[in-house]
Ligand binder design. Structure first.
Ligand code: NAD
Length: 454
């Protein structure tokens, strides 16, 4: 009942047109910006409580990125929302065509726990700049951040425009029964299937931001020292609990020893004296216990241990890994890097292509031919050449998966598009009326139609 009521309130608000104008959109974005700015300390504290994130990492990956994205939308939303000209085919002459972005309406945003602030707010920014209303459902696994998200939204916006519904599986299932105009889901592939199934009942369109195993391919031309450092950064960021974390490494044969030296040196630099205080912990005891099991029976060339008290898995590199072992079957989501050697590039590419299309792929090489082949032959959501993860932090780039790693994309203009419908309008005067298409059809009209549509 509560959820139905909320949806009815948001729908009524949306119908007043209060969210539509550029001034209203900017006001909403500015209010959100101010609320986030004012509550920066509370946000950092909540992320520390839920995941043990260091304040710098919280700013870098959550609050800072959100503020940056809001500023980007504020700078561009007026242009994005204005109607643009469309081409006019000869057949319709004389006429003018227009493409008018229209907000989708009342939307549902469901978020996971790993970047629990970022992943509630980033889609919401798109919804607001597109002129939509939104119900946000944070993850129950990050309860402190879920509360902060609710407080930020309460401070910034009327409940009719953006509201939080707290809860887990049961509450989300109830929300999914409601006839929203769009569902934006970030989370696992398993729940993505549930969301899409529920959405189908109301024919509600979905954006799915899912996960998967994102490979790194490294060849002998790469700068091993920099590569090891950048892979280690992607792997220990949020303790590997990042949707685009480098999941496993496909390493050209003969490089393992050197790579391990550089990876170990990078970890020594990141965590002086082996102190892991600045690395996040596993989100829950259950997740921690599950990740420990991934190490069983593996040959850890680096790490391989954990800290039971802190709930942290030490950064690890696994060698001699059997591709059929559990660590190579599921998304790892922990600072554990399995290494799989390859002899020919064909082998490395086939390894990626034989598996579900990943959310990200990272290539370390200085060989343009290798780059052309990997980018040309492998399908994946997005990625980097000679780095990891950073493609996610660019508002000018679309972010999203392909196939089982996701459906649709967002960030910057792509977020605006995700929550908008490009409405096509052909505008004509009443005169002249050229009766070419009118009945009765004649041979001459058909010949003309064939010529015009050639
Ligand atoms: P999850 O799928 O378990 O949960 C996501 C949301 O769905 C939560 O709000 C949860 O309450 C809800 N939920 C859980 N079970 C449900 C059910 N049966 N029915 C309805 N709703 C349900 O995901 P998670 O464990 O919170 O997050 C980790 C996953 O998210 C990883 O697979 C990761 O790769 C993915 N992820 C993807 C992105 C991306 O941008 N593509 C970003 C972050 C995380």
């Amino acid at each position: 009942m509560e959820m139905e009521k909320l949806l009815t309130q948001q729908r009524a608000w949306f119908r007043t047109g209060a969210t539509l104008g550029s001034t209203a959109r900017k006001k909403a974005l500015e209010a959100l910006y101010q609320a986030v700015k004012n509550m920066e300390g509370d946000i950092a504290l909540a992320l520390e409580r839920d995941l043990g994130k260091a304040p710098c990492e919280s700013y870098l990956c959550e609050t800072g990125l959100v503020l940056h994205e809001i500023r980007y939308h504020l700078a561009h939303v007026k242009r994005w929302m204005s109607a643009g000209p469309g081409p006019v085919p000869w057949l319709h002459f004389p006429a003018r065509s227009e493409i008018r972005p229209r907000p989708l309406g009342v939307t549902l945003i469901i978020s996971p726990w790993n970047y629990p602030f970022h992943l509630c707010l980033m889609p919401l920014i798109g919804a607001l700049s597109a002129g939509c209303c939104a119900v946000v459902k944070p993850s129950e696994y990050a309860p402190a951040t879920a509360q902060v998200v609710e407080r930020v939204l309460k401070r910034a916006l009327p409940r009719e425009q953006a509201a939080v519904v707290q809860g887990g599986r049961e509450e989300t299932e109830k929300l999914l029964e409601q006839p929203f105009d769009h569902i934006f889901f970030t989370g696992s592939q398993a729940v993505g299937r549930v969301v899409m199934g529920a959405a189908a009942k109301n024919l509600t369109p979905v954006t799915l931001e899912l996960g998967g195993k994102s490979p790194v391919i490294l060849d002998r031309t790469a700068d091993l020292k920099t590569a090891a450092r950048r892979i280690a950064f992607g792997k220990v960021l949020n303790a590997g609990q990042t949707c685009v974390a480098p999941d496993y490494l496909l390493l050209e044969q003969g490089l393992q020893e050197q790579f391990l030296i550089h990876y170990r040196a990078a970890l020594d630099d990141f965590f002086p004296g082996g102190n892991l205080d600045q690395m996040a912990r596993m989100v829950s005891r259950r997740h921690f216990e599950e990740k420990k099991k991934l190490l069983a029976g593996q040959n850890a060339a680096i790490g391989g241990g954990w800290d039971d008290g802190a709930g942290k898995i030490s950064p690890a590199v696994l060698v001699d890994v059997d591709p059929s072992s559990p660590v190579m079957q599921e998304e790892i989501f922990a600072p554990i890097l399995p290494v799989i050697p390859w002899r020919t590039l064909d082998e490395a590419i086939a390894f990626v292509r034989d598996r579900p299309r990943p959310l990200a792929l990272y290539l370390f090489t200085r060989d343009k031919g290798v780059e052309r082949r990997v980018l040309g032959e492998c399908d994946f959501g997005g990625g980097c050449v000679n780095d990891t993860v950073i493609h996610l932090a660019s508002p000018g780039l679309p972010f999203g998966g392909v196939g089982p790693s996701g459906m649709g994309q967002y960030h910057g203009k792509y977020s605006f598009d995700a929550f908008s419908h490009p409405q096509a309008i052909v505008r004509r005067g009443s005169r002249p009326h050229i009766p070419v298409r009118d009945l009765p059809y004649t041979g001459g009209k058909e010949r003309l139609a064939r010529w015009m549509l050639r």
